[in-house]
Design a protein around this ligand. Structure first.
Ligand SMILES: Cc1ncc(COP(=O)(O)O)c(C=O)c1O
Length: 444
């Protein structure tokens, strides 16, 4: 390990040291600051590749945490945004692109008849929750262990690894960061993911107080853990029966697991949906929305949501560019699913050949790969994969792969996000690098 780190001291290391002098922690996000075990500073990115300050070229499978469905610096996308920058990035006035952006979302995600745009997933989630609280005149929000909904006081909870705690209501529900108001916790409750009994129990005990159930319809922040069969439909039914909102946080899954997001894939319609990531293709933009009736308090300007940059013209150009392309390409999701399936089967082969246990969670091109502390049977993977994750050995693997020219995140809970820029050859290269790295870590 020492020797490996020595090999990588160079321009990346020097740049990182300099960045740390002016950016606290070296990154403007705590989540991202954990993203480099060996310093890596990007010079540029294109397609499925990044080039670092040492001049090394790496195949990236994390892809900036998911927005780049068509790869980095896609020429059409770049040109669409550049054209809008030349025509004015924001005026603070309504713009012709607002109409097209809203119409494209409504066409692709029919439950979102009306939307509001914001700049980040965190903001859009806060606004959706506030709207649910206002509309129901209740305050209690139910979330699921392991799900991440941004860093607001409203929703940030100390991370809980699904399956690591005994199933109970409110497992380990503690503030997610020092300085948060602990009182906000009394207005949220956390239940285990994929546990219908807990969902039933929370409605039986608190049904009259619940303003909203909020979930990632495919959990993608604790590895990728799809919903148990019938769970989303049950959440839908129970929320409706008790007068609560169902909010799907599709920041990751929207336009990723299917053209219409997880709600299309599983055939369950939420009251409110939050989108980001692929929505903007790498430009900071998010949206929340629902039916016209659900959004009526905002339409009447009674509910409050604002932002100088919310819905700025450059962001709308990014949304329109991404969604036009998504709506006009008939086969991208079939191709991405096929690429994801190929990657999964090849990665499984590599781990099997090395004799090391792996947990892979996947929904289409969204896929997590985690070294496991123990061998799991296929039927155990979803329920036990997150708790069996070997974080320490995964970091060893990540460091070696990064040195070998492949970047995935050092935290195995951060998924791979394959794009239309990744090729079968890229996946084969990635697998070859993992194979060599596994040979090295077998000896540790
Ligand atoms: C599912 C989910 N919701 C919300 C967020 C927060 O989004 P942002 O970081 O843009 O505030 C994230 C961020 O990764 C996310 O994965």
């Amino acid at each position: 390990m020492q020797q490996m780190l020595a090999v990588n001291t160079g321009a990346n290391e020097r740049s990182m040291d300099a960045i740390r002098q002016v950016i606290a922690g070296g990154s403007s996000s705590n989540m991202r600051a954990k993203g480099f075990v060996i310093p890596i500073v990007v010079r540029r990115a294109s397609g499925a590749r990044i080039w670092d300050m040492n001049g090394a070229e790496l195949i990236d499978v994390n892809m900036g945490y998911g927005p780049h469905l068509f790869g980095y610096a896609d020429p059409q996308y770049t040109e669409d945004i550049a054209a809008q920058l030349r025509d004015g990035a924001m005026t603070g006035l309504p713009h012709r692109l607002d109409l097209e952006a809203g119409e494209l979302i409504a066409q692709l995600v029919p439950s979102m008849e009306q939307v509001r745009f914001a700049n980040s997933g965190t903001e859009a989630l806060m606004s959706a929750v506030r709207l649910a609280r206002m509309s129901t005149e209740r305050t209690l929000i139910v979330t699921f262990a392991g799900h991440y909904h941004g860093w607001s006081d409203t929703l940030l909870r100390r991370p809980v690894i699904p399956g690591a705690l005994p199933a109970s209501l409110d497992p380990g529900c503690e503030p997610g960061a020092p300085g948060m108001l602990p009182e906000t916790l009394s207005h949220t409750i956390q239940i285990p993911w994929n546990d219908p009994d807990s969902l039933r129990a929370v409605f039986a005990r608190h049904g009259e107080r619940i303003a909203a159930v909020v979930c990632e319809p495919v959990l993608a922040n604790a590895g990728v853990v799809p919903p148990a069969p019938g769970l989303l439909a049950m959440a839908r039914e129970m929320s409706a029966a008790h007068g609560a909102f169902l909010i799907f946080d599709e920041v990751i899954t929207g336009f990723r697991v299917a053209r219409g997001g997880a709600q299309a894939l599983y055939g369950v319609t939420p009251d409110l949906t939050v989108l980001s990531k692929v929505l903007g293709g790498g430009f900071p933009v998010s949206a929340f929305g629902g039916t016209r009736a659900t959004m009526a308090p905002l339409a009447r300007n009674e509910a409050f949501h604002a932002g100088v940059y919310a819905g700025n013209h450059a962001a709308m150009a990014a949304v329109v560019s991404m969604l036009r392309r998504i709506s006009s390409s008939s086969d991208i999701y079939d191709k991405l699913d096929a690429l994801g399936a190929y990657a999964e089967s090849e990665v499984r082969k590599v781990f099997a050949a090395a004799g090391l246990p792996v947990w892979i969670g996947r929904a289409g091109s969204l896929m997590s790969v985690s070294l496991s502390t123990r061998r799991l049977r296929p039927e155990q993977e979803t329920a036990e994969g997150p708790a069996a994750t070997d974080f320490v050995l995964h970091r060893e693997l990540q460091a070696r792969c990064q040195r070998g020219g492949v970047y995935f995140h050092p935290n195995p809970f951060e998924p791979w996000f394959l794009s239309t820029s990744h090729t079968i050859e890229d996946i084969n290269t990635v697998c070859g690098v993992i194979k060599d790295a596994l040979l090295e870590i077998e000896d540790l």
